[in-house]
Design a protein around this ligand. Structure first.
Ligand code: SUG
Length: 448
């Protein structure tokens, strides 16, 4: 049976703004308080989805969330009508209003961890929504994420959904941003690679000193257990704490993998040789020929990787078997990174082509091409069981582009978040979206 890797991209929500909410994420901190352009952000994301669809990849779309999250504000003591809740939060606790307005669900690499059916004990595709509990503005995503994923992958014969892990720092889970799957073919059993930033219960593991390590070993192990992965099908590795302290807040800021290839920075992992050897051995046992490309620090410093998001790229296998790297415009703007990429293409290795996309609106919050997509490997049968409303087509692209143009503002500043009209605009847009994508009722305002 044929199998595919489907990229589900997060559609940028109408409240996209620069709230400076993510300590440890250099872009989020340095662009705090700038005016954002939600319309441009959403259209940039849609352009990427369309381009991948036009290249022949199966492309999906993942809906944004209801923001401001009035329920989150109510849960911390703001009462009255919805408009009063927003007004009071704006007056008394602006940082909480900003957090409740974040469009951060667009970075769907953090929505969930997904294990394809070829890897799991019960032969179903497993999803665990990420609790994202390192940051308040992200910790409020998972209930709606679960409902949206449930509406997209509803068929219980093929899809199994797990609720987010316990909402404590010891089980900090950031989803697929710290998870990579290697395989010979998407439909064959592979090896799932979990990268964690620290151990919650074992003090022998080093931890970063300056910035938080969002993903714990214990969370990664829990996800592997929930998904029914075998010991032969998993590798756990610690991220280098020194790079977390330089702004590498997820593994997908320093490494990307696809098929049999891992493309990573020399300083990405704590025990690089051991990690690569384990991946090689376990993949060899699966009949796969694991390869890695290590980018040396004297060609691309960690700082350049963080600024350019070289590794937050999408590594895609084309029909002819060669690989394509989708990078953000910031890679072309960085002379060292761009020179490295020219050399990489000229080397006649597995990566044959680089394509550049303008994702500046998302990048300014630390979200590159890879953050914006959730990968789901599916066989033909599973693909036909996915809600067809969320699979990108030329007609859906047109409809979504018009929907964005109709409902989104082209400038948003902190003061605008206090406007109760913004909530009405968002709900109106999202209500229409659930019809376009055929999701049913998934948002709090549709349920309560
Ligand atoms: O969680 N930024 C996101 C970016 C997530 C990127 N995802 C991956 N690398 N997979 C985060 O830090 C910033 C929001 C703000 O500051 O307004 C933010 O949440």
């Amino acid at each position: 049976m044929k199998s595919f890797e489907v990229n589900f991209d997060g559609l940028v929500g109408p409240t996209h703004n620069y709230g400076g909410l993510s300590f440890g994420n250099v872009a989020s901190q340095s662009n705090s308080q700038q005016a954002s352009n939600p319309k441009e952000a959403a259209l940039q994301g849609l352009e990427k989805m369309k381009a991948l669809m036009d290249m022949g990849f199966v492309q999906g779309v993942l809906a944004p969330q209801e923001r401001p999250d009035v329920a989150a504000l109510r849960s911390v003591g703001f009462g009255g009508s919805d408009a009063q809740v927003i007004e009071r939060a704006a007056k008394e606790a602006m940082p909480l209003l900003v957090a409740s307005c974040s469009a951060s669900s667009m970075w769907v690499a953090n929505a969930a961890t997904v294990s394809p059916s070829a890897d799991t004990a019960d032969g179903r595709v497993h999803f665990t929504a990420a609790n994202l509990n390192c940051k308040f503005h992200r910790s409020i995503e998972h209930p709606t994420t679960s409902r949206v994923l449930g509406a997209m992958f509803a068929d219980q014969d093929h899809f199994a959904h797990h609720a987010a892990l316990p909402a404590v720092a010891q089980f900090g889970d950031e989803g697929a941003a710290n998870h990579t799957r290697f395989c010979r073919d998407y439909g064959e059993a592979g090896v799932e690679f979990f990268v964690y930033g620290r151990s919650a219960f074992d003090s022998r593991y080093p931890a970063p000193q300056k910035y938080p390590a969002r993903q714990t070993l214990e969370a990664s192990q829990a996800v592997a257990r929930l998904h029914g992965l075998s010991d032969e099908g998993v590798v756990f590795a610690q991220q280098n704490p020194a790079v977390i302290d330089q702004g590498v807040f997820h593994n997908d800021v320093i490494a990307v993998g696809n098929g049999e290839l891992l493309f990573h920075h020399q300083d990405a992992f704590l025990n690089t040789e051991q990690t690569l050897a384990e991946l090689h051995g376990k993949l060899a046992a699966r009949g796969a020929n694991f390869q890695s490309i290590s980018v040396p620090r004297d060609q691309v410093a960690v700082e350049d990787a963080v600024r350019s998001y070289l590794f937050n790229s999408q590594l895609l296998t084309r029909a002819n078997g060669s690989m394509l790297l989708i990078v953000p415009e910031e890679c072309r703007a960085n002379p060292r990174v761009w020179q490295y990429l020219q050399g990489l293409i000229a080397s006649a290795g597995p990566i044959a082509e680089v394509k550049v996309f303008d994702l500046k609106q998302s990048m300014q919050n630390g979200g590159g091409p890879a953050c914006l997509r959730l990968r789901v490997a599916l066989n033909e049968k599973e693909l036909s069981a996915v809600n067809p409303g969320v699979i990108m087509t030329p007609a859906l692209y047109e409809t979504l582009t018009q929907w964005v143009s109709k409902h989104y503002r082209d400038a948003l500043r902190e003061n605008d978040l206090a406007d109760p009209q913004l909530l009405i605009e968002c709900r109106t847009a999202l209500d229409e979206l659930t019809h376009i994508l055929n999701l049913g009722s998934v948002y709090p305002f549709q349920i309560n």
